[in-house]
Design a protein around this ligand. Structure first.
Ligand code: FES
Length: 168
């Protein structure tokens, strides 16, 4: 592990500087790891934390890289694999199941419009549909979260179509 922590990783100078700025903004406090990872993930247009970046963060925060990967695995908004430009997250927590009819209909319309199933990515890499736990929009369902932003009251095909069109 120690050898891996000291290994040189092929991150560009520009990327290292951007990551360092995020770390500095959080005072290099590892208890802020979730927020740090969210911001670092947003540096990448495929919205994920590549392995070399995870090692770089572990080195800078002086923590085992396993903690970084544990965190990425635990939090639905984080990913260690490349994602679509717009990962469409649909809540699958119990409270939203009260609104199940609307949420299921919204999911069916999304699948139809994008011509993909839950868990798949569109051919152009722009959209993925995935499920996640509660993101605090329980009273505004049916809703989706895309790159941290919630889009609510998606209760008609027209609204869902308009949302997809707005994401360029
Ligand atoms: S339970 Fe679905 S957003 Fe809260």
């Amino acid at each position: 592990m120690l050898a891996a922590m000291t290994k040189e990783y092929p991150l560009s100078q520009e990327l290292r500087e951007k990551i360092d700025r995020i770390l500095d903004a959080h005072e290099r406090d590892y208890t802020q790891i979730v927020n740090i990872l969210m911001e670092v993930q947003d540096l990448n247009e495929k919205h994920y934390v590549p392995e070399p970046v995870a090692y770089y963060l572990a080195k800078k925060l002086e923590i085992p890289v396993a903690r970084i990967f544990d965190c990425i695995t635990f939090y639905g908004q984080l990913s260690e694999k490349p994602r679509a430009k717009y990962p469409i997250q649909v809540c699958n927590s119990p409270s939203c199941r009260v609104n199940a009819v609307n949420t299921v209909q919204m999911l069916e319309i999304l699948e139809d419009l994008l011509d993909i199933k839950l868990g798949e990515t569109t051919y152009d890499g722009r959209f993925t549909i995935e499920t996640t736990s509660c993101y605090g929009a329980c009273d505004r369902a049916p809703a989706v979260r895309i790159n941290g932003k919630v889009y609510d009251h998606l209760d008609s095909r027209e609204k869902i179509e308009a949302l997809l069109r707005s994401l360029q």
